[in-house]
Design a protein. Structure first.
Length: 437
């Protein structure tokens, strides 16, 4: 007998709700687009408020901290109000965070932008908790993986076009660095307020789109009979599973992967602006970041084919080791070699997150929901590793700071090899006869 807290994939598909798939896909695109805009926001805020790399990486810290703070509350809320209402609330909270960029720009203070990012990320956390299982239920069970891959592809599309649009709106005027020693306090505030106006524009546009989507989901909340969301695992039960080495290593790998990916994407604009790399203007460097995220989109399509023929652990180990090699080459070279190597990391990042996730929950049976919640909380690595990388950049420079992501990728390579051995053990394990069969 299945227990009450079974995974979302055990629920019955929702009949006649396939028309909702494009709207759910839009959610994946929206949070991908909003998330990656932080990469173009970082060089602007760094110059505007004369921040160190460690200080400016607090943007990523505040954003990804929301995953740790709100994952469990989001799951509890979802279990009480259901998928669609949960999505509506997530969209409203995310839109509120985007709208807060306006007062932050008007005040011209750095903490205002950090608060806006934290609230925006709280809404994204709720959307992630609700949208992933809902997407799996909007059609036949045997095509659920295809639908989720489609949604992830559009998420990658959002992260690909985001830097291009963000650069055009946020970095078009360059990166200003007002000198506090040459300006009066009032003049300094005025300059920061004027420069910050460009920061708010893309986020206000996102807020408008999110409000439209929230209206659509609110209008359809009663048009189809949606199942109740699964009861979320408690924090205590999830943490107890860390006694299993493979689960603990999988959670650590998610932590390291998100941290490495975000660190590289966040610092890339400044990295490409360096004379030793390409010496580009801020807007041009920001647009190249879209190639990094575009590589992830292309890699997901390639990976979906490769993973049908090659063991997931092997693919993961190969991609992580390749990313480590590229980051090392970039850090110890210059010019086009350094730029090309760091951009190419995106291609190998592509399959890491979903592959780490699936090989960790594989064969966990009734523990799958708890393992999933633990892995979701491990996304907080995007808050910790970038700050470490930024502090390292302040001390030894951006090139050598890439050694932090290199260490992350090497450890993920070890997890991939470990997962390959575990998959072989699962295949060799005897299959238990069905109960009552």
């Amino acid at each position: 007998m299945e227990r009450a807290g079974a995974a979302a994939t055990s629920a019955q598909p929702i009949k006649g709700a396939g028309w909702l798939v494009p709207f759910v896909v839009m959610l994946f695109f929206a949070w991908g687009f909003a998330t990656v805009l932080i990469d173009t926001l970082i060089p602007k805020l760094k110059g505007l408020f004369a921040l160190s790399y460690a200080e400016v990486m607090l943007t990523q810290f505040c954003f990804f901290l929301a995953y740790l703070v709100f994952s469990v509350p989001a799951g509890i809320l979802l279990s009480r109000i259901g998928y669609v209402r949960g999505i509506v609330i997530g969209l409203i909270v995310m839109a509120a965070g985007c709208l807060l960029f306006a007062p932050a720009a008007r005040m011209g203070v750095y903490p205002g932008f950090l608060a806006a990012l934290f609230i925006m990320a709280a809404g994204i956390t709720l959307l992630q908790v609700a949208a992933n299982p809902l997407m799996a239920l909007l059609g036949k069970a045997e095509t659920s993986h295809s639908r989720l891959n489609l949604a992830q592809a559009f998420n990658s599309l959002g992260t690909t076009v985001g830097p291009f649009i963000g650069s055009a709106l946020i970095l078009a005027g360059g990166v200003a660095t007002p000198d506090p020693t040459k300006l009066s306090p009032a003049a300094l505030v005025a300059v920061r307020q004027a420069e910050a106006q460009s920061v708010q524009l893309p986020f206000l546009g996102i807020a408008a789109g999110l409000i439209v989507l929230a209206t659509v989901f609110w209008m359809v909340r009663r048009s189809t009979r949606f199942p109740s969301a699964d009861k979320p695992a408690s924090l205590g039960s999830a943490l107890g599973l860390l006694r299993h080495p493979h689960i603990a290593f999988g959670a650590l790998s998610i932590f390291l992967y998100v941290g490495a990916e975000v660190s590289i994407g966040s610092l890339m604009t400044n990295y490409l602006m360096q004379e030793r790399t390409l010496g580009l203007a801020a807007a041009e460097a920001g647009k190249i970041v879209s190639l990094y995220w575009g590589g992830a989109m292309v890699g997901r399509f390639i990976g979906s084919v490769v993973l049908q023929k090659v063991r997931a652990g092997s693919v993961l180990a190969f991609c992580a080791l390749s990313a480590a090699a590229l980051a090392t080459i970039s850090g110890f070279s210059s010019g086009m070699v350094a730029a090309g190597a760091i951009v190419a990391i995106g291609l190998f990042n592509s399959v890491m997150f979903p592959t780490i996730f699936t090989v960790t929950i594989e064969g966990r049976g009734d523990d799958t929901p708890q393992v999933s919640s633990l892995l979701c909380m491990a996304i907080v690595g995007g808050a910790i590793i970038p700050v470490i990388t930024g502090a390292l950049a302040d001390r030894v420079g951006l090139g050598l700071a890439l050694l932090a992501p290199v260490v992350c990728y090497v450890l993920i390579t070890m997890f991939g090899l470990s997962s390959r051995r575990r998959a072989a053990e699962l295949l060799d394990a005897p299959i238990s006869p069905p109960v009552g069969g």
